[in-house]
Each structure stands twice: as structure tokens, then as C-alpha cells.
Design a protein around this ligand. Structure first.
Ligand code: 4NP
Length: 156
């Protein structure tokens, strides 16, 4: 789960997907990072922590870090929270950037729409609530899409 600062959007995506995957019986290793590294070592934004906690998800132990070259090799899928993030990932990954593995997160909910999870950084609390709900629905869709793909593969 990748955004710019790894303090607002991607920590929510990490916390939500990890919890939903576990609940679905999937042993996934979910992580998050930012492309810009400006907030390395920081905890998630207080408003991201607040909305997560209000919905039963604890993201307080996460620590912001910058995306590394090794991440492109280590993970099966890398999800960009927005188009500008995906462009940064393409530049950072170089030869290790595989377009089949590096995709827009919101395309899991709205396939082919190429939409962004809005950046709540400059806004108020309502923005964080809206972003939480969108990420929550997208994580649900991602897991459903995964099971649907698995089912298609086993029925071939
Ligand atoms: P995020 O939000 O990418 O969702 O963590 C941002 C946080 C900080 C900055 C930009 C976006 N920043 O420029 O410092």
C-alpha cells in the first residue's frame, strides 16, 4: 500500500487490508510505504489514527517509511493510492516496475476508472472519514476480486 507520505492514506489501507485478510482466513503480509520519505519515522496522522480507532482498527504502531527498490521485488502486488503515486513508483522502480504488479488501488472497486483516493493531508476531519470509508470498501472489493480470481483458476 503506497501513498506519498505514508502517514494518512496508506497506513489506513495497511491496517484495514491486514484485518480483513485475516478475517477472511488469508495469511497475507501487508505493509505500507510512502514515495517521498518526508515523514520517515513518524506515526500515522492523528486523524487517520482517530478514524481507524473509532472503527476498531489500531494503526498506532505503524511507522512511516519510504518505499525502497527491494519492495518491488519482495511483494506480489503494490497498490498506489493515486495516479501521482503510481508515476513516482514507476520512476523509483525502474526496471523492477512491473505494470501487472503495480496498480491503482481504487481500480479494485471501480475497475478501469483510474481514480485516486483523495489526499486528506490539507483538509479537515471529514476528509479522513471519507477516505477511510473509500479505503474500507476498496479493501473489501480487493479480497472479493482475489477469491473470484482463485475460483476462476480452479475451474479452468
Ligand atoms: P499521504 O498524505 O500521502 O496520504 O500520507 C500526505 C502526507 C504528507 C504529505 C503529502 C501527502 N506531505 O507533502 O508532507
Amino acid at each position: 500500500m503506497v501513498c506519498l507520505g505514508n502517514i494518512c492514506r496508506s497506513p489506513l489501507a495497511e491496517g484495514l487490508l491486514q484485518a480483513k485478510a485475516k478475517a477472511a482466513g488469508l495469511n497475507w503480509q501487508v505493509d505500507s510505504a510512502g514515495t517521498n520519505g518526508f515523514h520517515n519515522g513518524e506515526s500515522p496522522h492523528p486523524l487517520s489514527q482517530k478514524v481507524a480507532s473509532a472503527n476498531g482498527v489500531d494503526i498506532s504502531n505503524q511507522v512511516s517509511r519510504q518505499l525502497t527498490q527491494a519492495d518491488f521485488e519482495k511483494y506480489d502486488r503494490l497498490y498506489a493510492m493515486a495516479n501521482d503515486v503510481l508515476s513516482d513508483m514507476k520512476r523509483m522502480g525502474g526496471k523492477s516496475f512491473d505494470p501487472a504488479k503495480n496498480t491503482l488501488f481504487l481500480n479494485e472497486l471501480y475497475p478501469g476508472q483510474e481514480m485516486d483516493i483523495p489526499d486528506p493531508w490539507y483538509g479537515k476531519e471529514e476528509g479522513y472519514v471519507e477516505v477511510f470509508q473509500l479505503i474500507d470498501r476498496t479493501c473489501e472489493a480487493l479480497i472479493q476480486n482475489y477469491f473470484a480470481t482463485q475460483q476462476q483458476m480452479t475451474s479452468l
